[in-house]
Design a protein around this ligand. Structure first.
Ligand SMILES: *Cc1c(COP(=O)(O)O)cnc(C)c1O
Length: 378
């Protein structure tokens, strides 16, 4: 019996696909790769993905929050880590002690990092974040050179990097990204003119890394492409990338149901004849959305989810699979018998995009890792 039969529903994460996708990014861009593993590695599992990415040649890990960085350290990830979001000043000691690099965009943060470095007795590593048009985090371009000088001249601080983030690199029109890139270059020129040369310049996410060689600078910060998912409809992955995640469940019950039976809460589905109805132990508590129109694979065929999605279960209309039995594999994302349901398919059904689908996979779903030598539970 396969190990997956121990679980109601589970994710199979192919770490060889993660490694392959990192190598694709290295080859295509020719620069260093930061593996962006925030939000539990887009649902794929923080530590296993980070280890696989670093093993395949990524040189940095990028996270959103200090807690994610510390979890990586606890998991044995020793390479450079950048917290891309705001590190609370009250927690800068922890970042410095763990040799975690921080993004900053205000003088107060630089002062906080200096104090933390003095208390801990180690250097603080900072990346200046410049807002060139995303209007999220970062210093306005006008103040960037002055803050860069302050970082460079402050005792106890390593001025490791300068970066920005693109708002529209996944669209067909390159113009908005061109504007951001040229603004970023002006700021870099201003720094160079003042003798300021941080080691690492970085700007590109997956979409920019794959489509704009000029925006790659010293490093690309790759999230979605590393997971083998398309940056957007207008910016699909080139050939050579592979999706890393499948989502599966095992049927728990299959039965013939007479005509006129209401199925699940609210009886929004009523059988129109004798129907074969199956139950799969996955629901919105696992991150499966409570919308109509969901489809899954059973016995190599596409079958509809009928009635409302419950917290822990869904009901399937199995007339197309008369041989279905309890224990049979149900595929929510992935391949079965030559059929396939992609993360993009599910995103379309749910009225969202692929990033949100994988980030919404609940912590309670067991992740099984296949690094090429069989499935291993985390
Ligand atoms: C999330 C994030 C990335 C990765 O973006 P993808 O589109 O997933 O490649 C890169 N940089 C920053 C600052 C981010 O927040």
């Amino acid at each position: 019996m396969l190990p997956n039969h121990h679980y109601s529903n589970w994710l199979e994460i192919d770490l060889t696909a993660i490694a392959n996708n990192v190598r694709q990014c290295l080859q295509r861009t020719g620069v260093a790769v930061m593996a962006v593993v925030k939000a539990n590695a887009y649902g794929h599992g923080l530590v296993p993905v980070a280890r696989a990415a670093m093993g395949a040649g990524a040189s940095w890990c990028g996270v959103a929050r200090i807690d994610e960085a510390l979890e990586l350290r606890q998991g044995g990830v020793e390479g450079p880590i950048l917290v891309l979001g705001a590190t609370p000043i009250a927690r800068m000691d922890e970042a410095v002690a763990a040799q975690v690099s921080m993004a900053v965009w205000e003088a107060d943060q630089v002062d906080g990092a200096q104090s933390a470095a003095a208390r801990v007795g180690q250097r603080a590593r900072l990346h200046l974040k410049v807002d060139t048009g995303m209007t999220r985090l970062g210093i306005e371009p006008a103040g960037a050179v002055d803050l860069a000088r302050r970082i460079a001249e402050t005792q106890g601080i390593d001025f490791e990097g300068v970066f920005t983030h693109f708002a529209r690199a996944d669209e067909t029109d390159p113009h908005p990204t061109e504007i951001q890139e040229s603004l970023f270059r002006e700021i870099l020129d201003g720094m160079h003119a003042s003798g300021l040369r941080p080691r690492l310049i970085h700007a590109a996410n997956s979409a920019a890394g794959l489509t704009r060689p000029s925006a790659c600078f010293d490093m690309v910060r790759v999230g979605i492409a590393m997971y083998g998912l398309n940056p957007s409809r207008d910016c699909p992955l080139p050939p050579g990338f592979r999706p890393a995640l499948s989502w599966k469940a095992a049927l728990t019950q299959v039965r013939r149901t007479p005509r006129g039976r209401g199925v699940s809460y609210g009886h929004v589905y009523i059988t129109t004849g004798e129907e074969l109805i199956g139950v799969a132990p996955v629901g919105y508590g696992d991150g499966y959305r409570r919308v109509s129109g969901n489809r899954v694979l059973v016995g190599g065929r596409v079958v509809p989810v009928v009635g409302r999605v419950c917290m822990d279960q869904i009901m399937l209309q199995l007339d197309a699979v008369p041989e279905a039995r309890p224990g049979d594999e149900v595929v929510l994302i992935g391949e079965q018998g030559g059929q396939r349901i992609t993360v993009d398919d599910l995103a379309e059904c749910w009225g969202t995009f692929n990033y949100e689908v994988v980030c919404g996979l609940s912590a309670r779903v067991t992740r099984l890792y296949d690094g090429g030598s069989g499935l291993l539970s985390e």
